[in-house]
Design a protein around this ligand. Structure first.
Ligand SMILES: [Zn+2]
Length: 511
């Protein structure tokens, strides 16, 4: 309908011009005048074309976010009482278009973020660990940000809740054979000429040997403003020039705080999406890739409550894009997807059978990272720390209760075997890492995580009815949700490389 109205308006304009602009034309009369139809000038044809092409594009990636991660958040926000069944839609699950994308890379069905983000950003399959390069690990492939900057003069923004030179954000501005080349990636950030970077810090800013020139200095020398405080970041606007808004408060070696741990209202994922818009808004449009990287990190650690809170904060970031789109309804495209699944998360667990009890997760007050920090601090203050010292802290922050006849009916009461698992986990966690000679069974129990905290999260997750199969990524496909101009292209089942191909079609790029 909008296309017809636009067509009629242009037709009227043409007829008005032909008539010497002396009389008012009735658009209905104009429309029934067939001889005038083909006379639209090139400029007006362009206008019609322009109307179909998004000027503002949001590519929002939940790292490690597949169906179970989204559904877990929906169940948690819906009715999470045991035996009750209700889910709450998320803003992006209500988008008019949904597709499914396979995520395998050139050598594995369980890919990593480097190869999957490269597929999303460049349309090629490559090896795990490779960023922005073809399967030969040598040929750089132009990514969507570079193409949009070059051909459309769009401003480019890259946001991540983890370090800004981590694999997923890097795939939107860098080309390296190894994702571990953090320093090389940071230098490519400086040289990109892109307009906004925001969220996490630079990982290894002085290189692996810590003897190279500070990447922050190099980024400044390349003309980027690096604000130092929350207030300075919030004051950024479209006159700020090129910006790298690196979070003043971080956790996990340079990442934003987990939403579950952000008690003081520090800047979070959605704040940085808004910040990117504030800086990038301009008449030529923008492309913003915003990655919620800590969904993946929480899933690696098999911590469901932390994962769910990250997905909810990711949804807040999507809302910022939706609010922007409401002001630019005919010019905005929003794509929401995951790069791969992490953890083999699922709803349903052997011990709980057909039951779930997500309300149990209400009792978890902090992430596994914050809990590790708390126990570490206790140990520093008391070198003879015992399990008896720690158990009340577990009860306080996760709700789990020691086995006792008086609490036998309480769903948070530990069974004897669960209690033993916690004791074993605590005993292992007190050993220095080099002395932990895990059996095969222990490797599966603890992965690379602290044996106490991962035992706590496994137990509370399993009681809620959530299972995990891996500490790594899995081959489960991901959903692609789309809304706005060109969204209909993202319907159906396809490979993740087609997300890039569809974006080319949506934006009319030559490649
Ligand atoms: Zn991962």
């Amino acid at each position: 309908m909008k296309k017809i109205i636009l067509y009629l308006m242009i037709l009227t304009l043409v007829m008005t011009t032909l008539a010497g602009c002396t009389t008012q034309q009735n658009p209905t009369q104009a429309a029934v005048e067939p001889t005038t139809a083909p006379t639209a000038t090139e400029k007006e044809t362009e206008k019609i074309e322009e109307a179909k092409v998004p000027k503002y594009i949001f590519m929002l990636i939940g790292d490690g976010m597949s169906f179970a991660q989204v559904n877990a958040a929906q169940v948690y926000m819906g009715n999470n009482e045991s035996g009750k069944v209700a889910t709450k839609n998320m803003n992006f699950t209500e988008f008019p278009v949904a597709g499914v994308a396979t995520t395998h890379d050139s050598t594995s069905f369980c890919p990593d973020s480097a190869s999957t983000a490269t597929s999303l950003s460049t349309g090629v399959k490559t090896h795990s660990g490779v960023i922005g390069m073809a399967v030969d690990k040598a040929t750089s492939v132009q990514n969507i940000s570079e193409l949009l900057k070059e051909q459309k003069n769009m401003k480019i923004g890259v946001v991540s809740s983890v370090t800004i030179n981590h694999a997923t954000p890097a795939a939107y501005y860098a080309h390296v054979a190894s994702r571990n080349d953090y320093y090389g990636i940071a230098l490519q950030l400086a040289a990109s000429g892109f307009d906004y970077f925001g969220g996490g810090n630079i990982s290894k800013p002085t290189g692996n040997e810590k003897d190279q020139k500070d990447a922050y200095e190099i980024i400044k020398e390349a003309g980027y403003l690096i604000p130092e405080t929350k207030e300075e970041i919030l004051a950024l606007n479209s006159q700020s020039g090129k910006v790298y808004a690196s979070s003043p408060v971080v956790q996990d070696s340079g990442a934003l705080l987990y939403a579950l741990d952000n008690k003081e209202g520090e800047l979070d994922f959605s704040d940085y999406v808004q910040n990117a818009i504030n800086v990038l808004d301009n008449p030529d449009g923008f492309f913003i890739m915003a990655e919620s990287g800590k969904i993946d990190w929480a899933c690696h650690a098999n911590d469901a409550k932390t994962t769910i809170e990250e997905v909810i904060e990711f949804e807040n970031g999507v809302q910022v894009a939706i609010d922007f789109a409401k002001k630019h309804p005919d010019e905005t495209l929003i794509i929401v997807t995951g790069d791969h699944e992490t953890g083999g998360m699922t709803l349903g667990y052997a011990a709980t059978g057909y039951s779930t009890a997500f309300n149990i997760l209400d009792h978890q007050k902090m992430s596994y990272v914050a809990f590790d920090g708390l126990i570490k601090k206790m140990k520093e203050e008391n070198s003879g720390l015992t399990f008896e010292d720690v158990m009340p802290i577990i009860t306080e922050n996760f709700g789990l209760l020691p086995p006792d006849e008086q609490v036998a009916d309480n769903p948070l009461a530990l069974t004897e075997s669960e209690f033993q698992k916690l004791k074993d986990g605590f005993a292992e966690s007190q050993k220095p890492k080099e002395e932990r000679n895990y059996t095969d069974e222990q490797k599966i129990l603890y992965g690379g995580y602290d044996p106490l905290s991962v035992s706590v999260t496994h137990i509370i997750n399993n009681k809620a009815g959530i299972g995990w199969t891996s500490y790594s990524h899995t081959g489960t496909p991901v959903a692609v949700y789309a809304s706005g101009v060109g969204a209909e292209l993202f319907n159906g089942s396809y490979d993740n490389t087609d997300v890039f191909n569809k974006l080319l079609v949506a934006t009319g790029l030559a490649n």
